[in-house]
Design a protein around this ligand. Structure first.
Ligand code: UDP
Ligand code: MG
Length: 349
């Protein structure tokens, strides 16, 4: 190939042979869609004809999903089932899967087929052309309520403004392709706060944004409600910025200033105009002033406490109960990283 970029050259030498593709799929109570998911993914991967693995992370499903995944590993050595010890949430499940993935190109998909696996060849095309990250951008959000659409529109604007140079591509979810080196960088991030969309953007690397149409959920129900979404949005902002704390400081300043001005006005009124102020407004002025000063102090304190809190916990993000895969050569028997914290139990037969 002519004019290889450094990343392309590195890719060619790191394996020497056909690159292996890893598909990382978090699964939580998806029994209804799993058979169809396997069928569609296998068809696509069969057509591509490249060596691949499916890293299926069961995030503590309460239905038969885990058993189904384990059963799949028996029939197909491309399937690796990573069973978490309980439900840790999608972000953690995804981190678990990404640490287990061995491929040269790693693709993250939702289990519910909202991210059509048929787009994989196109994503690989972009990767071969030199993109380290192929971020998939939802073209239209039809079928979603206007509240969700408006919420996400405002959210990305705020997020990108306060995080500055990071630039989280709008309307992109976790559906994406990552090169080995960008995933290695991501896996090295030690933080417990896994706001994946933010972390993907944080590591940087040449990113290609590709548009796609979100499909409807093939079956089953979404696990999100507005409360979760708000939590995720807030988590996103707080893990990448201290703007909310600064806003508190600003609020304290403004309140204190207002209280101060009001107090000064009462004094001026009494001395200059000879109007004795009633006790009530004076008290209000004092309360506002002191309240403002207190908010300001708590804001400053909170800035430090918040940072220390997240770093001090040092708790693993997830606990892997079992990794099941048929072929012994493929099992990833590596030493756990700090973020994993737990020994990986590899079951093979
Ligand atoms: N998921 C997960 N753990 C959870 C919730 C969801 O692993 O606690 C998985 C789920 O099985 C699916 C993906 O994350 O593969 C996206 O979830 P969902 O479709 O419910 O979210 P939405 O597409 O509505 O944002
Ligand atoms: Mg979905």
């Amino acid at each position: 190939m002519q004019n290889q970029t450094p990343s392309q050259a590195a890719r060619a030498t790191s394996t020497g042979v056909t690159p292996m593709i890893s598909l990382v799929i978090p699964v939580y109570n998806e029994m209804e869609v799993l058979p169809l998911l396997f069928e569609r993914v296998r068809k696509v991967m069969h057509d591509i004809n490249l060596d691949y693995e499916m890293v299926m992370v069961d995030d503590g499903s309460k239905d038969a999903s885990a058993n189904y995944l384990i059963q799949q590993t028996q029939d197909d050595e491309c399937v690796k089932a990573v069973i978490l010890s309980r439900n840790f949430g999608k972000e953690a499940a995804l981190s678990a899967g990404l640490e287990q993935a061995l491929g040269e190109a790693i693709i993250v998909l939702d289990a519910d087929l909202q991210n059509p696996p048929e787009l994989i060849p196109e994503m690989l095309e972009q990767w071969r052309a030199g993109a380290d990250i192929v971020a998939m951008k939802r073209r239209d959000r039809e079928g979603e309520s206007w509240v969700k659409k408006l919420g996400s529109f405002i959210y990305y604007r705020i997020m990108n403004r306060i995080t500055g140079s990071m630039n989280i591509p709008e309307d992109t979810g976790d559906f994406r392709l990552m090169s080995r080196r960008s995933l290695d960088s991501l896996n090295r991030l030690p933080e417990r706060n896994r706001y994946m969309k933010g972390l993907f953007a944080w590591v940087g690397y040449p990113t290609h944004v590709m548009e796609y149409d979100v499909a409807d959920r093939a079956a089953g129900e979404t696990k999100w409600n507005y409360f979760n979404l708000f939590g995720l949005a807030f988590e996103g902002i707080t893990s990448f910025s201290v703007v909310p704390l600064r806003a508190m400081v600003l609020l304290g300043l403004v309140t204190a200033a207002l209280g101060g001005f009001y107090g000064a006005w009462i004094v001026v009124e009494a001395l200059v105009f000879g109007n004795d102020s009633a006790g009530f407004p004076t008290i209000i002025a004092m309360i506002t002033f002191l309240g403002g000063v207190q908010l300001l102090s708590i804001g400053v304190l909170g800035e430090y406490v918040g940072k220390t809190y997240f770093e001090a916990k040092q708790r693993p993000l997830f606990i892997i109960q079992d990794v099941v895969q048929k072929s012994a050569q493929r099992a990833n028997n590596h030493t756990p990283t700090a973020a994993e914290g737990t020994p990986v139990n590899v079951t093979t037969d």
